[in-house]
Design a protein around this ligand. Sequence first.
Ligand code: NI
Length: 167
Amino acid sequence: MALRQILHHPDPRLRTRATPVTRFDDELAVLIEDMFETMYDAPGIGLAATQINVHRRVIVVDVSTDRSAPLHLVNPELVETSGEEEMEEGCLSVPGIFETVRRAECIRVRARNRTGQTFELDADGLLAVCIQHEIDHLDGKLFVDYLSQLKQGRIRKKLEKEQRLAV
Ligand code: NI
């Protein structure tokens, strides 16, 4: 297993649309293990392959407080959504920024596991928000895209400045 580097906004690679996984092989298993390790190390509750510059449709999630609910979804698709809720979100690719985003309250997601088996999962609350946030990453979308242009501009400037200082 290995820690992977997480891309930070406004890195243009975060805007890449990921392609579906077609081979359920050892390379995929290693990718998923590395994603869990990177997410837990950060620490975070979700990570999309896009964030480590791998443009395949894979996400990992664990919304528990003790790493007891690891979940990986390959080629995830929302098949049903209902309701609306607002929650404060953050993102490992947008460090230090927390803003309220409105999303569906309840979702049904269809995905494959690491061996290629299809499954469906119903989720609400934090898990539903997290899965929607991670699927957005696979489409090149960030949670800050839901904010006003003014806020987006401020966030972009702040992160660009921090990245210059960090070099
Ligand atoms: Ni994120």
